[in-house]
Design a protein around this ligand. Sequence first.
Ligand code: IMP
Ligand code: MG
Length: 178
Amino acid sequence: MKTVKVLELEFSEFIDANEIAKAVKSIASQINKDMEGKNPLFLVVLNGAFMFAADLMKEISIPCEISFVKLSSYIGTKTTSTVRELIGLDEVLHDRTVVIVEDIIDTGITMGVTTEKLRKLEAKEVKIATLLFKPEAFKMNYKIDYLGIEIPNDFIVGYGLDYNGQGRNLPDIYKIIS
Ligand code: IMP
Ligand code: MG
C-alpha cells in the first residue's frame, strides 16, 4: 500500500488519480447537459478546490465564466464553525446562474455560508458541485447538485486538500492512518 508522510502525520492511498478523473468527468458531463444555454459562472472556493476546478473546467464544453473566492474554516485536521472570507467576490451575480466548485463538503457549514451570501447578491440560481462529500459529518440539510465521491468521516489530503498547508500537490487522495 502506498503511504505518504505529511508533516508529522502518516497517510495511506485512498482514491487514485484514475478514479478521481472518472468522478470529475461524470460531474462535468452532468453540468454540460444541465447548464447548456445558461452561461454559468463557476465560482471556485480556494484553496482546496484549485486542482479539481482545473480538471473540471477542461471537461466543460459549454460557454461559461470562472471566478474565485477564498474561504477558510479548517485549522489542522479539525473544522471550525467560523468561516473566514479571505478574498471576496468581485463579479456581479445579479440574475446569473452560479455553480460553486468545492473540493469537499464536510460539516457543510462553508457551503451553507457561501450559498447564503450568493443568494443575497441576487444570483438567479445557485448550484453546488463538490468532488467529495462526508455524509456522516454533514450537519446541514441543503441539496448537493453535483457530487463526485462519498467518503467516510476521516481526514484526507491530496488533490488540492491539505494538512496545515501541506500535501495539496499530491495527485492521488490519501487517508489518515489513525
Ligand atoms: P465544512 O465547512 O466543514 O464543510 O468544511 C469544508 C472545508 O474544509 C473544505 O472546503 C475543505 O477545504 C476543508 N476540509 C474538509 N474536510 C477535509 C479533509 O478531510 N482534509 C482537508 N481539508 C478538509
Ligand atoms: Mg474547500
